[in-house]
Design a protein around this ligand. Structure first.
Ligand SMILES: [Zn+2]
Length: 233
């Protein structure tokens, strides 16, 4: 039965090939979302191998990080932007899991990331999550958690209120806007732990900073952060 299904799927793909989610041109290998060419040309940062990098620099004087890294550089109109767009706005939820899985394999090469105790996604406001149907950061976390064999939770850090649209604001405005939005539900649950905070894209870092400061309300918490993409400003 499975063989028959695979045969039908193969036959169907001859007429309607699945296209790569980064370039929309080539067909990716089966079970993949990204073609071989894009897998090669997507701009990897390799920040997980550099303790000090331009991700961690963004948080200097703001949050003390154990480690920080992004999988890809993000440029306007580039392959990474196309991927993130497919994930967030085109409902390609399996892509989120796959990217998490891929990044998990990279992060395990790093001694610091290997000491993470718990993975926490940056929460979306519940209203926004209902509208979109999912939290893209949580999808990434599922993939990371399975590959890294670390537990995750979306219950201890929650988002309280809708923040006004952030795109037109500068860093200070955005920070003022988001820092009241998060709430730590259970301090005892994370005390003494190394938390890996996960978001899809790093731009100003205001959201990740606000989350980290809230998590640090618990004693003796260590914070690391990862995102799939980082704007190279
Ligand atoms: Zn491609």
């Amino acid at each position: 039965m499975k063989a028959l299904f695979q045969l039908c799927e193969h036959f169907f793909s001859l007429f309607f090939p699945r296209l790569c989610l980064a370039c929309q041109q080539q067909a990716p290998p089966s079970e993949h979302f990204i073609c071989i060419r894009c897998q090669f040309f997507l701009p990897k940062t390799n920040f997980h191998l550099e303790p000090e990098n331009s991700f961690t620099e963004k948080f200097w004087g703001r949050v003390k990080l154990q480690a920080g890294a992004a999988l890809y550089h993000f440029t306007k109109g580039g392959r990474t932007q196309a991927l993130i767009h497919q994930l967030k706005y085109k409902g390609k939820t399996k892509l989120g899991y796959k990217l998490g899985e891929l990044y998990g394999r990279h992060l395990l090469q790093s001694p610091v990331f290997s000491t993470v105790d718990l993975i926490v996604p940056v929460p979306l406001h519940p209203k926004k999550k209902r509208l979109r149907g999912f939290n893209q950061s949580e999808l990434i976390v599922h993939g990371l958690s399975d590959t890294m064999q670390k537990p995750w939770t979306s219950d201890i850090l929650i988002r309280k209120e809708m923040t006004a649209t952030q795109t037109q604001k500068n860093r200070m405005d955005r920070f003022e806007n988001v820092r009241q939005a998060f709430h730590l539900v259970d301090q005892a649950a994370i005390r003494g732990k190394h938390i890996l905070l996960v978001d899809d894209v790093l731009t100003t870092g205001a959201t990740l900073e606000a989350c980290a400061l809230v998590l640090q309300e618990a004693n003796d918490v260590k914070i690391s952060m990862v995102t799939i993409a980082m704007a190279s400003s």
